[in-house]
Design a protein around this ligand. Structure first.
Ligand code: SF4
Ligand code: SF4
Length: 471
């Protein structure tokens, strides 16, 4: 690939930092095209989900709740408790492996199509900017002007709307933490009813605003850990937005009267359209770069140029560096197939882990420090403590019975056990066994946990008695 580069200067610095260290502000041209339209649809679906999900309830519970403060978690309508933390850890490990494998094959598709940073930036904030300040050229002119009335009202309006959107977004995000009902109730009481929460929302909204009004592509280039990892995750076989230098080079100005092949020119007419639309300010013709978020704006832009110059589309396209170097079409090869199968396997593992979660967690232990008692001349008794975590959505009346050995009796202490949803219930009980039922000094026993007469769990324990000689 190097043979086509007359200079490698672009490798010396990040595209948005000038040689004197100053930020180079990017004014990308408004993209349009087939892929941009698809991305609009994907963004609309994701934004609808983000703003709609807090209103969805399942049996009175939010669809998603991530209440770290009160340790209440509901994911896709399924309540989770701190006791399920191992599931979270396992899922996270599987998820990280998933991300690594996904990136090795499909590059930064996530960044361009699904990342909230890109969606909010390109489909909300940037669109408002085009609406208020005009095209990229008009924006640049406006910034170059000294302050005047036109600049003042446009900038004020833009930044006010930006901040309001940040405020709404963070308030919405709060609904994922404490629930939409609590947010609405809090707002109805007025913003001074909870000064701490109000201050937190205002401050986080300021950070959100700064990210989208000022930092922008710097988040993807410098701050985002996933972006920083790209250098080690991508290889020559990864699918990325690529410029087909074999076809495009040598570049040359377009002349409708000229046959480019005969003139020794490649398909790139050096129009710069791909550079103008790039939100990270790079020239994809220099090859894969860490700044590229695979937003596909340059693909759309170049395709429209190819159409206008009667050349085949796809000079910039999704391709691997190897497929371009070897001049072969991107194939669904064994490597992609293998990695995709592993990815599906990981998704299956995560789903399996979630289905294995029980809705009731019961622990029965002999009370610490207790020994057996002689209940009457024919029976011994042991005292047990029972702990039940009710992970269901309903309150559960519980009773304990003995399954093995037959003939034993469970005598509960205290009130009948009723455990509210999401609560941990505790009780003590006696197990009375006939002396003849003891098989050793540690007789295995099995309890059945019932709710409304229906068996919902079984727990094994041991019954301590005297050894055979003392019985
Ligand atoms: S190079 Fe193309 S795909 Fe990459 S960020 Fe720029 S416009 Fe998007
Ligand atoms: S848009 Fe296409 S033709 Fe124009 S400079 Fe970029 S690669 Fe070359």
């Amino acid at each position: 690939m190097e043979e086509f580069y007359e200079y490698d200067e672009f490798r010396d610095r990040v595209s948005t930092i000038a040689s004197d260290g100053q930020r180079v502000w990017v004014y990308p041209k408004k993209p349009k095209g087939k892929l941009f339209n698809y991305r609009k649809i994907v963004s609309l679906i994701l934004l609808t989900f983000f703003f709609g999900a807090p209103f969805i309830k399942i049996q009175g519970d939010p669809f998603i709740l991530l209440n770290i403060i009160e340790r209440k978690f509901i994911i896709f309508g399924m309540p989770f408790f701190p006791q399920d933390f191992y599931l979270f850890v396992l899922s996270m490990i599987a998820f990280i492996v998933f991300i690594v494998l996904f990136t090795v094959i499909y590059g930064r598709i996530f960044c361009g199509w699904l990342c909230p940073q890109t969606i909010f930036m390109e489909f909300i904030y940037r669109q408002i900017e085009y609406w208020i300040e005009g095209s990229n050229i008009q924006q640049r002119k406006l910034d170059d002007q000294v302050m005047n009335f036109n600049k003042f009202w446009r900038k004020t309006l833009k930044h006010t709307i930006f901040y309001l959107i940040s405020l709404i977004t963070i308030t919405w995000f709060l609904a994922y933490v404490i629930g939409m009902d609590a947010v609405i109730a809090g707002l109805n009481q007025g913003i001074f009813a909870y000064p701490g929460a109000t201050a937190a929302v205002i401050i986080i909204a300021v950070i959100h605003y700064v990210v989208f009004a000022k930092l922008r592509e710097q988040v993807c280039i410098i701050i985002c850990p996933y972006g920083r990892l790209q250098g080690v995750l991508l290889d020559r076989n990864s699918i990325v937005v690529s410029y087909d230098y074999k076809r495009g080079e040598p570049k040359g100005r377009y002349n409708p009267l000229e046959n480019r092949d005969e003139a020794g020119k490649g398909h790139c007419i050096d129009c710069g359209a791909c550079v103008q639309v790039c939100p990270t300010g790079i020239d994809i013709r220099n090859g894969t770069q860490l700044e590229c978020i695979n937003c596909t704006a340059c693909i759309d832009s170049c395709n429209s140029i190819m159409k206008r110059t009667n050349q085949p589309e796809g000079l910039i396209r999704y391709a691997s560096e190897r497929s371009i170097a070897d001049n072969t079409p991107l194939k669904f090869n064994i490597r992609i197939l293998f990695y995709s199968v592993v990815l599906l396997g990981l998704l299956g593992l995560i789903a399996y882990l979630f289905t294995q979660r029980t809705s009731l967690e019961t622990t029965i232990l002999r009370m610490s420090g207790s020994l057996y008692q002689e209940y009457d001349e024919n029976h011994y008794s042991n005292i047990y403590s029972l702990q039940v975590i009710n992970k269901t959505r309903t309150a559960l009346p519980l009773e304990v019975k003995i399954a093995k050995p037959a003939g034993g009796t469970v005598k509960m202490m205290g009130d009948p056990l009723l455990i509210d949803r999401g609560e941990v219930g505790k009780a003590n009980f006696l197990l009375v066994l006939g002396k003849s039922a003891l098989t050793s000094s540690q007789t295995p026993v099995e309890f059945i946990i019932l709710s409304d007469g229906k068996e919902i769990d079984r727990v094994k324990a041991t019954f301590v008695g005297p050894n055979a000689l003392d019985r």
